[in-house]
Design a protein around this ligand. Structure first.
Ligand code: ATP
Length: 530
């Protein structure tokens, strides 16, 4: 059944997962608050990521665990850092990135011209431009490129018939007007293949503030638009202060802020969100091996936390694509989820990017500090390359909610959230059958014992059916009911959220039962078990 986002948003609000920020003032576009259950879900995903990366990092290709250390860097950094990273500058206009050459162009400085070996049929109307017929190839050029320059480049790219001169029928369009579909066929100004240009993006996306009492340009600061730069800024500190040696990773989870032009789709694209990023520093000759390694590990992670269905898609660049990236980098492979609002398409959950040595080199240049690595054994000095698995924590939480949302008309709640027990905000509910002391007493005792280890609920009021319905809707995997038999023989009823089946187990065994069910959600446990 197709999931309606309206239902998901409504449940999130009704049950206390996610509220619009400043709700009583009518909200504020692009900002969200995580309620009592939302924060638990988000923390669970965060903790599992941290465990999979920092506490029990995976076993590397050589059979020993890889080294990753954690970091929590400041949201506000020296503004020069954002100049070096390319986030400041060329600024207030939409920009286009080339994934192949890593060059960035102002969208309004590019024009697109359609050159076709066969024919171009176009109508240039006063309001819109319609392109009829199939266009073989389209090329983007800097706006000031001469006809000769364009000619030369087209010949180089094998367009033998050359440039179709401007005779009034040749479409020549401002780049920013073009659709996503056009981008797939368009060849960037310095690229060798079509489809490497991103959609024009507002790069004036950093929130600004001022550090100190005076509001002048001299003390302007920015809220970080990604957690990654804090890692590059601390590369040397970490290397000098810990025992890590190449290759190694630095992981960070935290808030990022982007003044998105068009925040939309609930928490999918918001202006304040959380990221889970790890920068993996390695020798330039080993990037391909590590890219493949992290792509596989990260896929395993998302599967282990519950995105096991066809809704998860891995988009890895094929080997044919690889060859033309090889010189400038391996590009980005994505792990994508089919959200209700992207279906039948997929939306990015995590990108595994080869950032080359771009960031460290830029920070070295701008800061004047040496950031190269000297191999203590071979004495080789080099600038490390970086493979970066960058995931959205809040976007991940949304994927978990969408995946868990299960309609079931047969039960009173009509819907339940099928979270993996390790992700569920509440692991269990303790429900005394009645409000009588002989039920509430043992229930309270069990609750107090369990809460030392698990997030559990003690729910005394209302009839049992209503209490089950509430737990179903918030995705609590187990309900333990205390009734008259408990007094007799010390057993409780366990109700399974998904099957609604009930069994009796001894009250002493409840903690062990839950402990067993919480496993295995870490990405590395599968491997350890194998
Ligand atoms: P997009 O193309 O969706 O704007 P991006 O490619 O710019 O994303 P990255 O810079 O690679 O994203 O950030 C890494 C991850 O951070 C993304 O995969 C996504 O999960 C998350 N993310 C990025 N922007 C947002 C946002 N505005 N709201 C929520 N999550 C986001």
């Amino acid at each position: 059944m197709d999931l309606d986002m309206k239902d998901v948003v409504a449940l999130c609000k009704r049950r206390g997962f996610i509220f619009p920020a400043s709700d009583i003032y009518g909200g504020i576009n692009g900002f969200w608050d995580y309620g009592p259950l939302g924060v638990e879900l988000k923390n669970n995903l965060r903790d599992l990521w941290w465990k999979a990366m920092v506490v029990t990092p995976p076993i590397g290709p050589d059979g020993t665990p890889v080294q990753i250390v954690g970091l929590d860097s400041s949201i506000i950094q020296n503004p020069k850092a954002w100049v070096a990273s390319g986030h400041v500058g060329g600024f207030s206009d939409p920009m286009v990135d080339c994934r192949e050459t890593k060059k960035r162009y102002r969208a309004d400085h590019l024009i697109q011209r359609i050159a076709d070996k066969v024919k171009v049929l176009a109508d240039i109307g006063s309001e819109e431009i319609k392109i009829k017929g199939k266009v073989a190839k389209a090329f983007a050029f800097p706006i000031d490129a001469t006809n000769e320059e364009m000619d030369r480049r087209l010949k180089k790219l094998g367009v033998k018939k050359g440039w179709i001169s401007h005779d009034g029928t040749m479409p020549e369009l401002a780049f920013a007007d073009f659709s996503k579909q056009d981008l797939e066929t368009l060849v960037g100004p310095d690229a060798s293949e079509p489809g490497t240009l991103t959609e024009p993006k507002e790069f004036n996306l950093m929130f600004e503030s001022h550090a100190g009492p005076v509001q002048s340009d001299d003390n302007k600061v920015y809220l970080r638009p990604e957690t990654a730069q804090g890692i590059f800024l601390n590369f040397k500190n970490v290397l000098d202060s810990s025992r890590v040696r190449m290759p190694f990773g630095i992981a960070q989870i935290g808030k990022a802020f982007r003044n998105e032009v068009n925040p939309r789709n609930f928490i999918f694209r918001s202006r304040e969100f959380e990221q889970m990023e790890m920068e993996w520093f390695c020798h330039p000759d080993e990037v391909e091996k590590w890219r493949d390694f992290w792509f596989e590990e990260r896929t395993k992670f998302w599967r282990a936390v519950g995105l096991a269905s066809d809704n998860l898609q891995m988009r890895k660049h094929g080997d044919d694509e690889l060859s033309h990236y090889a010189k400038e980098g391996l590009g980005t492979s994505d792990i994508e989820y089919k959200f209700p609002f992207t279906a039948p398409d997929f939306g990015e959950l995590e990108g595994i990017a080869h950032r080359c040595d771009f960031d460290l080199t830029a920070h070295q240049e701008h800061s004047g500090q040496k950031l190269e690595y000297m191999d203590p054994v071979t004495q080789e000095k080099y600038m490390p390359h970086v493979i970066e698995p960058a995931a959205g924590l809040t976007r991940g939480a949304l994927a978990l909610i969408c995946e868990a949302y299960t309609v079931d008309e047969s039960r009173p709640s009509g819907v339940y959230l099928n979270f993996h027990p390790a992700l569920a905000p509440k692991k269990a509910a303790i429900l005394p059958l009645s409000a009588k002391e002989e039920h509430v007493g043992p229930a309270t005792k069990l609750y107090l014992a369990l809460r030392e280890e698990f997030a559990v609920d003690l729910d005394i009021k209302q009839n049992i059916g209503k209490r089950y319905a509430r737990q179903d809707e918030i995705g609590t995997p187990y309900c333990f009911t205390i009734d008259n038999d408990t007094i007799e023989d010390g057993t409780v009823t366990v109700r399974d959220r998904n099957t609604m089946a009930q069994e009796r187990i001894s009250m002493d065994k409840v903690a062990e039962y839950l402990r067993e069910k919480m496993k295995p959600a870490g990405a590395n446990q599968e491997k350890e078990a194998a």
